[in-house]
Structures are given as C-alpha cells and as structure tokens.
Design a protein around this ligand. Structure first.
Ligand SMILES: [Zn+2]
Length: 274
C-alpha cells in the first residue's frame, strides 16, 4: 500500500481509485492507485457516485465500487476501512437524503427522519477514522442548544412539531455550512466573489451531491430516484398507482366499517319493537 496518499490527494482535489481490493474479516483492504486519480467533484457528479454508493448491497459490489471510486476515507495514508464503516456512512447518507426531503414538501415525517439521522450520524462518527480529528461535530453536539444534555432520541420523541422543525433546520445548516466558504478571486482584471464548496474527501463529495441532486427513496418499491417537479414522491406512475389503490381500499374498508356500526343499533331497535 502506498503511504503518500494524503499529500497527493489534498493538493489538487483529486481522489485515487484502488487496485487489489479484497475483504478479509470484515475489513476492506486496497492499494491506492495514484496513476488513476480522478477530479473528485467533476467525476463523482458526472457519474453519480453517490447514487451508486447508496445502492450497494453485497460485499462484491462494494469491492467493485472501491476499485472504481477509491476508499471512503484516507487518513494518515491509510485507506483500510471496515465494511461496517462503509455501511454506516451509507445509512447516514440515506438518512440525510430523507431529512432533506422532510424539510421540503413534507411527505416524510420530520420527527422520524431527524431521529434516524441522529442515530445514523452517531454510528458513522463511531466508525469513521476522521472523527478522531473532530472535522465535523456530531448531531448530538449540534443539537445541544435544543436538548440541553437530554438524550437525543428522548428529546425528539417529546418535542413539539415546531421544535422538531427548528432542530431539522439547525442540523441541516450544520451539515453543509462547514463545507461552504466565500471565495474572493482576482483574475487580473476584476474580482470574482462567490460561495464555493470545500470538498477534500470522498464522503464530502457524496454529501454535497445528495444535497445538490435532491434524490429520494420511493416509499413503494424503495428504489432510489431523482426528484423532479413531476416526480416528487414516487419513482414511477406504477408505484404511485399502487399506493393510491391501496389508500383507496383502506378508505373504502373504513367507510364500510362505519356504515356497519351505524346500522347495528337500528336492527336491535327493530327486534325490540316486534
Ligand atoms: Zn417506486
């Protein structure tokens, strides 16, 4: 394994792919291949690295992914990570996508999404080698002004709806603000002032892409899809129809039940009169 990864990677915003990827005793081993570096932001966006990552299921798929996109983290030249660290970040990325959706059209419950995001964030921090450097705070830390030392999940369960929404806003702001800065550049004739993303690690690129792309998981078939003005809840018409039909049948059953309840006392009254 090459150990000069961190200086090479950080210099140009490139990320190395890997060779010799194997999984032994739950550990993903790989060699950083600096001859096959890629522009982290441009390529991961063009080929949707985040959606590929979110759809990984088997260890074999994970090996293929690491070979093509490199490891999730490179810390002090080390790229060997446990499979569960990849899974923990996958869970966190999924929870982040859902939290973003809950802050938008509201078809996902903010309380559930916040609770899952906080749990996923804690699990990810516990397994990520980057957490030792305290690069980004945990959601527990971010929410301190709300929970005041209480247990996060207890607070979320008892908080009012507006408190939950404020907490969601706070967490989302913290999630992205640590990677955004105001760039001031002079090109020889004029100044350019614009917000820029500071993306150094592969995991940051995927977090940014989840925000940028507005992706969602279809509640019917669980598949990942990109949100558009026409597709904001279900991935395809078939899924929307299935969910609508089910809702219609449920409503029909509810109405029939109410009807039966309403007619029962009349029958009893008829029997008494006769
Ligand atoms: Zn679907």
């Amino acid at each position: 394994m090459k150990d000069d990864g961190i200086s090479t990677v950080h210099k140009q915003g490139f990320w190395p792919r890997c060779s010799g990827v194997t999984i032994t005793d739950g550990q993903v081993h790989c060699s950083l291949d600096f001859d096959r570096q890629y522009d982290l932001v441009t390529w991961s966006r063009r080929y949707s690295a985040h959606t590929r990552f979110l759809q990984l299921k088997t260890e074999r798929e994970l090996c293929t992914f690491v070979r093509a996109w490199g490891p999730l983290d490179i810390v002090a030249g080390t790229s060997s990570l446990r499979v569960e660290a990849y899974r923990a970040f996958q869970r966190r990325l999924r929870a982040l996508a859902n939290l973003l959706i809950s802050s938008g059209d509201g078809h996902l419950d903010g309380r559930e999404c916040l609770s899952e995001y906080c749990a996923a964030d804690e699990a990810d921090h516990a397994l990520s080698p980057l957490s030792a450097f305290e690069i980004s705070p945990t959601s527990q830390f971010v929410l301190q002004s709300f929970i005041r030392g209480a247990n996060v999940s207890d607070w979320i369960r008892r908080a009012s709806r507006s408190q939950v929404q404020e907490a969601v806003a706070h967490v989302l702001q913290s999630e992205f603000s640590d990677r955004v800065f105001l760039a001031v550049e002079y090109d020889g004739s004029q100044f350019q002032i614009a917000p820029r993303w500071n993306i150094e690690f592969f995991r940051d690129a995927m977090r940014w892409l989840v925000w940028n792309d507005r992706i969602a998981f279809c509640p019917e078939c669980k598949e990942l899809f990109k949100l558009t003005s026409h597709r904001w809840k279900f991935c395809k018409d078939e899924c929307a129809k299935k969910a609508t039909d089910r809702e219609w049948r449920r409503e029909d059953r509810r109405k029939r039940k109410l009807q039966r309840k309403a007619t029962k006392p009349e029958r009893k009254a008829d029997i008494c009169l006769s």
